[in-house]
Structures are given as structure tokens and as C-alpha cells.
Design a protein around this ligand. Structure first.
Ligand SMILES: Cc1cc2nc3c(=O)[nH]c(=O)nc-3n(C[C@H](O)[C@H](O)[C@H](O)COP(=O)(O)O)c2cc1C
Length: 182
């Protein structure tokens, strides 16, 4: 069955490991016939939520009263039935841009907007070589999924990648296959 997948990426450098991981997943998902929208938050000046709860109060297209960047992402949150977050570890969690983008999901909850996402998957990479260094992000992903009633489809992570291009092709091949069978 064709799914509507929002791929939210947090990488901040072009040609980086996480960008290649996202590319691979998207290639597979599209080959399988899924509809994919990719939002590269890592390249956006997206701001964090300030808990004003004026979401959508200034109009249908103003999901956030203070951040026009989020207004371009919000319709994709209302469109997707699956969310795939692809991020490098920054201090053992999402990059700040992905965190801001996830914080802003609160806007849809405040305004009781359509929230069709039913499942979530996490793809992460980092320089750290020990698996325990991914515990925090995996746990956060799980808590968000449980909070929202999304099925947690799990986490794929590649450790020990620091420089651009450190990621090995075998992992990209695996991610393409994961996209194909998502
Ligand atoms: C500000 C910053 C914080 C980072 N924090 C971590 C970390 O907590 N754990 C880790 O394993 N790697 C950390 N890294 C390394 C990156 O996760 C790693 O280089 C990754 O491959 C970068 O992804 P990219 O190639 O898509 O940019 C950090 C890098 C930066 C710039």
C-alpha cells in the first residue's frame, strides 16, 4: 500500500552522512511507490516553540504566529501518515533544527488540526562508536511516538561516522532496502 511519508532531516552539511542516509531511504521508498515529501530542516532557520498557544489564530496558513519557516512545514505534518526523522547526533540527540520542528508539532495539537501520522521511524548517525550513545535519542523517539499514539517502527543508526563520506555503502544499501519495504 502506498504511504505518504514525511522525511524530516536534520543534517546541516551538504553531502554529509545523514544526507546520504536520507537519500538512500527516499530512493527505496519512492521505488516502492510511496509518496515522499522531504523537509530538510537542518538548512532552515526554524525557531523553537515559545508556548504562546496562538497557533493558527492569525489564519489558516499561520500555524505559528512567530515563525514563517514552520508555516511551510505544517501542511506536511497534516498530510503525512508516516514520519521518518533522519538526523546526526548533536549532543546525543536531534540537531536543534529537528528538535524545533518537532516542538512545533504542538501547534497542530493546540489548534486541533488533522494529525494523520500513524507511524514513526528514526534514522541517526554519529561519531560515537558505542551503541549506548544512541540511547537518549532512541528513548526520546519512543516517548514521542507513545505520546502521540504512533507506532514506533524503530531506529536505524550508524555509529563511528564523523567526516563527510565516512558512511559506508553497505549501510546506504540497507537503508534503501528499508525504504523499499517500509
Ligand atoms: C555540534 C555537534 C555535536 C555533535 N554531537 C555528537 C554526539 O553527541 N555524539 C556523536 O556521536 N557525534 C556527535 N557529533 C558528530 C556528528 O554526529 C557526526 O559527525 C555526523 O556524522 C554528522 O552528520 P552529517 O555528516 O550528516 O553532518 C556532533 C557534531 C556536531 C557538529
Amino acid at each position: 500500500m502506498s504511504k505518504k511519508i514525511l522525511v524530516l532531516t536534520g543534517g546541516t552539511r551538504h553531502g554529509g552522512n545523514s544526507e546520504q542516509m536520507a537519500d538512500a531511504f527516499v530512493r527505496g521508498a519512492q521505488a516502492a511507490g510511496h509518496q515522499v515529501v522531504r523537509y530538510d530542516a537542518g538548512f532552515k532557520a526554524i525557531k523553537g516553540c515559545i508556548f504562546c498557544e496562538t497557533c493558527y489564530k492569525l489564519g489558516e496558513k499561520k500555524a505559528c504566529s512567530h515563525d514563517d519557516v514552520f508555516n511551510e512545514l505544517a501542511p506536511y505534518y497534516e498530510w503525512a501518515d508516516a514520519l521518518v526523522v533522519v538526523t546526526p547526533l548533536y549532543w546525543y540527540t536531534y540537531t536543534a533544527q529537528v528538535k524545533a520542528a518537532l516542538d512545533k508539532y504542538y501547534s497542530l495539537m493546540v489548534a486541533k488540526r488533522p494529525q494523520p501520522i500513524k507511524e514513526a521511524y528514526l534514522i541517526a548517525c554519529g561519531a560515537g562508536k558505542d551503541d549506548y550513545k544512541y540511547d537518549a535519542i532512541i528513548n526520546t523517539h519512543d516517548l514521542i511516538a507513545r505520546d502521540r499514539g504512533w507506532e514506533n517502527r524503530g531506529c536505524y543508526h550508524v555509529n563511528g561516522v564523523f567526516h563527510k563520506g565516512d558512511i559506508q555503502q553497505k549501510y546506504l544499501d540497507e537503508l534503501e532496502e528499508i525504504g523499499r519495504t517500509f
